[in-house]
Design a protein around this ligand. Structure first.
Ligand code: AP5
Length: 225
């Protein structure tokens, strides 16, 4: 199963990705997570990426394409993967297409999470993330049991630097101008599928599972519902 999750910042890609990869047993490849890990570790890649991320701008295509190419070459991605946050531009999509064509491993489905801009602003400004394990929370809809502590690992819960409202608005504009054109790109290739990302997290998961099951049954044998 080779899947791309598409959708604006805050659509719920990371939230759904964690659930879907558990079901299908494929790696979750999030370019945002890889970049944030590099920023935390202070690598040259992280130092270069940080200024773009803090402003809500995209990291240059050549940096991202090289990073994803390396990740897809790892053994766990040989039989499938779920891409979250990549591709983000048409040049990135073309580079991915060349890579998967070369390996004769085409993308099965591009699942687009559809949600209004007002909803995503509220989701992003209220999002909190565990600094240790990356688990995603929301101050209103999914708060941690103990304030400031991750339910899974006990790590500190923090607000992402790019979840401040002024940065969120720039990220949405960047999405509109640079990432939304990918919808036509994948529609023309006959692999784009839309689901509504409005409703509870469980409801959105059910919709995603129903679509993905048309392409490949879950590894855990679970029902679509
Ligand atoms: P990245 O980390 O990819 O951020 P993003 O695409 O902006 O996506 P988000 O992580 O903000 O949102 P999400 O859709 O995953 O939502 P989530 O599930 O967390 O990228 C960050 C930066 O890295 C970019 O700005 C760029 O600089 C750089 N970058 C990354 N990839 C790049 C690339 N390919 N090229 C160039 N640069 C790149 O949910 C959000 C909130 O909503 C959470 O609080 C959650 O609890 C809540 N929520 C989720 N679902 C629901 C629901 N159904 N109902 C109510 N609340 C919900």
């Amino acid at each position: 199963m080779r899947v791309i999750l598409l959708g604006p910042p805050g659509a719920g890609k990371g939230t759904q990705a964690v659930r879907l990869v558990e079901r299908w047993g494929v790696p979750h490849i999030s370019t945002g997570d890889i970049l944030r890990a590099n920023v935390r570790e202070g690598t040259p890649l992280g130092q270069e990426a940080k200024r773009y991320m803090d402003a809500g701008d995209l990291v240059p295509d050549d940096v991202i394409v090289g990073m994803v190419g390396d990740r897809l070459a790892e053994p766990d991605a040989a039989t499938g993967f779920l891409l979250d946050g990549f591709p983000r531009t048409v040049p990135q999509a073309r580079a991915l297409e060349a890579l998967v064509n070369e390996r004769d491993t085409p993308i099965d489905v591009v699942l687009r999470l559809v949600v209004d801009q007002d909803d995503v602003v509220a989701r992003l400004t209220g999002r909190r993330t565990c600094a240790e394990c990356g688990r995603i929370f929301h101050v209103d809809t999914d708060p941690p049991s103990q304030p400031g502590r991750c339910d899974d690992c006990g790590g500190d819960i923090v607000q992402r630097d790019d979840d401040r409202e002024e940065v969120v608005l720039n990220r949405l504009e960047v999405h509109r101008t640079q990432t939304a054109p990918l919808e036509d790109f994948y529609f023309e290739r006959g692999v784009l599928r839309d689901i509504s990302a409005v409703g509870s997290v469980d409801e959105v998961t059910d919709r995603a599972v129903a679509v993905l099951t048309e392409y490949d049954a879950p590894a855990d044998g679970g029902d679509a519902a």
